[in-house]
Each structure stands twice: as C-alpha cells, then as structure tokens.
Design a protein around this ligand. Sequence first.
Ligand code: SF4
Length: 288
Amino acid sequence: MPFSACWVRYAERVLGRPITAHLCTAKSPQQVMGSLVKDYFARQQNLSPEKIFHVIVAPCYDKKLEALQESLPPALHGSRGADCVLTSGEIAQIMEQGDLSVRDAAVDTLFGDLKEDKVTRHDGASSDGHLAHIFRHAAKELFNEDVEEVTYRALRNKDFQEVTLEKNGEVVLRFAAAYGFRNIQNMILKLKKGKFPFHFVEVLACAGGCLNGRGQAQTPDGHADKALLRQMEGIYADIPVRRPESSAHVQELYQEWLEGINSPKAREVLHTTYQSQERGAHSLDIKW
Ligand code: SF4
C-alpha cells in the first residue's frame, strides 16, 4: 500500500485506477490541519470558520494546488481549510523585498497553556516518519513485536530504502521508502508487473523529502541551496521528538473533536477518496 501526502494528483491524473486503488486514504497533513483550525479551533474560540484566515507555509508549490482541490468537510460551511499557501522561499522573498526582520517571540499554540506546548517533531530525518510509525504499529499489532529503532537499508540508492521485520528467520513485514520521481517510476513499473514485494511504501515526490522541496529558499541562480539544506537538517534534528501515541493532545483530539478513533467523524475528517481516470484518459505532460 503506497502512502503519500504529495504525489496524489499525479497518481490520479496520470496513473489512474491501477495505482490509486492501492493508495492509503489518509488525508494529507495540510488537509487535516485545515479542518483542525477551521473546525476544532474555531469552535474553541467561538468563531465561525470564515472569520479565520488560515495561512500555510509550505515547502513546495504543489501545496497551493492541493489547497484549491481539497474536498471540504460540511463542518467548514463553505470556508476553505487553507485560505493562503505561501512557500518558505516566498516568505524569504517578501521579507527581503520589504526589508523585514524577525523578532524572537513566543509561538502561539492551538492548545492553550498545557505543558506540552513546545515545538516538537515526529520521528524521522525530515518529512519522512510515516513509515516508521506504521511499521512499529504493524509489528506490535500483527506480530506482538516492540520495535524501538527502525533500521533502513538502502536498495538502489539512498532515496529508495527498505525496512523489514523478521520472525523465526522469515521476513514478515517488508516496507519501503521511495523518494523522488525516478524511484516512484521504478516502483510503479514493478507494481504493474506484479513484482513489488512491499506491504507498505512511503512515497515523497522530492528526493531527500520536503526540506529539499522546490519552494524552499534557493541560491540566486535558482538551484537548491545545499548549505541551507544542511543547516535545516541540523536544526530539525535538534528539535525533540514526540511520538503521536504519547501526546495527550492527540488523545484529547480523538475524544473531544473526532468523537472516538473509528467514529464516522474521524473517518470524514481524516480520510479521503481518489478521483482517478482510466490510464491515458487525461494524460498530462508533467515535468517533475
Ligand atoms: S516531498 Fe516535495 S512535493 Fe512532496 S510535499 Fe514535500 S516538498 Fe512537496
């Protein structure tokens, strides 16, 4: 089951049902955040959703398209989950052009003054981490194995890796991480030939993940800024990790907002469907 937050439009429009039938139905983080702000937060603040202007800072331009095409939950009463999506590179440009600087200030949070309100990150080197979370969960639920460290093994290149769980000398779980379109295309070819041995694939459109997204700040001649990328990786690595299962906020959201883990509301807010066409019906000449 390939998982993705970002190559879904490509899969829907170019690859069609043979691939979308295998996609995980979890909504993208941006879509979930839209509902969280415009539904849960709006109600907490006693505001109607259209009184909130929700700006997302994203690592790529694809997120703008995603915001336009998202299907809107009825609870938003016609208001969009994200009203404006700016890339981090655009923010840097606006600041340079307006000669603006940033002052140190406390970060506003959605959850009042609870002690958990400091910046934390999920497991993983950058935008990855879904694989590790689902791998641990599957190992525990299906095989009663506690996996603390998830170990990646590079296959064809550093952006195509696998993670396995062995039991009694046999591989019982085989997951893969496929980043960048070269690896995605290889994955699709194998999937179509029925020679794809993975139970789950974490897919990201950019080689290296979101820190390397095309909307991030670039060098003056328009290339990825490698020094900045290394700096971002270092800053990201220094942020403390908090796994979702240990967050009181996540539990609180499930109880207070989503009315339980498998409730109709949770399915509506957290899951989506795909509109795919038969392969070739709307083939786009997209250059990735
Ligand atoms: S991997 Fe690339 S395309 Fe996908 S969300 Fe991240 S920056 Fe955007």
